[in-house]
Write a protein that binds this ligand. Sequence first.
Ligand code: C2O
Length: 548
Amino acid sequence: RGLEKFVDELPDMPRLRGYGVAEGGALVAGNLTIGMYDTSWKFHRDLPATRVFAYGASRETATVPGPTIEAMRGVPTHVTWVNHLPARHFLPWDATLTTAVAPGARGVPTVVHLHGGVQHSSSDGHSLAWFTAGLAATGPRFSPPPYAYPNRQPPGNLWYHDHAMGLTRVNILAGLMGAYRVASPGEEGPLNLPSGAALDRNLVLFDRNFRADGALFMNRTGNNPDVHPQWQPEYFGAVVVVNGKAWPYLRVRRRRYRFRILNASNARFFRLRLSAGLRFVHVGSDSVYLPRPVATDAFLVAPSEIADVVVDFAEAAAGAAVLSDDAPAPYPGDPGDKAETVAVMKFLIEDAAAEEPPDTSAVPAALMPHYPRPDAREAATTRRITMYEYAKNGTDEPTHLYLNARSYMDPVTETPREGTSELWEVINLTDDNHPLHVHLALFAVLEQRSLRRVVEFRDCMVRRNDARACGIDRHLAGGRRHAVPRQERGWKNVFKVRPGAVTRMLVRFKPLSSADASPEESRFPFDVTTGPGYVYHCHVSLAVDLPS
Ligand code: C2O
């Protein structure tokens, strides 16, 4: 017990080029084949190898997290995702939830979602588009690989992860996730941010528990075993893993580095901070650059959020700096709430060698100022989305989650029109902060306000399932406002929706930039009206999906 910290070097995951280069240098579509393998991974020097499910170009090169896919703006990437997983899962799952199950329960259902990607819904990894090894069994919304990612979207940070119905939390826990970048050298080059494989790194963070024999530990007993024998909506581990190593270290020079930090945990929020007087300069948030950089001493990333920061180690007051976290788990929702500070990883800061060229990188005062500013007046309609939990009679643990009194398998209720924006008022009546993720669309958060008499409203909803009858308008009037952090005021695809509050967001069902639109201005470059559709959901255990 008690693994020694900072003994493994931070790995860089294998990089796969998502485009080809034709004779003469023109970039052409890339074709990748990425498998899901039942293999093992060393999470720490002193921990025996752990059984994992891992993505890789081959079994030998499969890693946790998987390879980083490097795509190019406007150049399509085609990925043939291949399920090589065995007949049975090695982690517990719960058949009493709405869950992908292959006939005879043989095979591990998986499907890949490119999170933050703008792609046709048949390539979006719908949770019911799952498939097992050899495509022996497929879900009701299956469409055959390869998946096509047009990459017609602004440069930024995406990730890919499993998205199978009812199994996502288990499959991600097993190791099925990886980073994906969309680059646009013509736009990003002039920014002169730190670049190149050594100075521009992906950091994929998650928490896990291990047994002494190295096996991943996941509780087999549910919080409410009479209703759901296994289901625990949240998973927390005591070990913090970065790029597949527990509490790693990285040697850096006294110069600027760029870190694209993804929280790939199932439920843990991280509030990150650096010692040695170092700070973060945010240049992007989720999949999009910010208009201007934002400096912070600490920031919060919920599951599936991505922070893109520059750190200048020349400012370090010491020869080492620890990246640490003090967010409570579970995260109850108030930015002031703190827990004990725990280490994430360590930077060993070295002076540059004499022959090394000086650091000429910079963070310019303007990054991508030309993206449209969110304007609530352009909203074509306003939707109210009420989330609440419900416990079966005689139980005190929530056993069901609802959006507007509907569950996932109910008919689709949200049918936005392509080319428009909508105002969404997300009313969170649960006790938890939900990192809300919308597929396809980007959104900007305009306001967060606490509800008045939230308990009264929730009690009514649990009894009557009817927001109007429960007097929603009355409850929305004028509670306390909560500022949106400055580094989160751009276009995002995940936002931390506070409990007991209404979050107003402008959701954009059209490309961010007309350069990425089809010839018909403000349309996506493919037909969004066909196929299985898109979902939005909370990213904690992916428990409350609903088709959009
Ligand atoms: Cu990151 Cu629907 O997922």
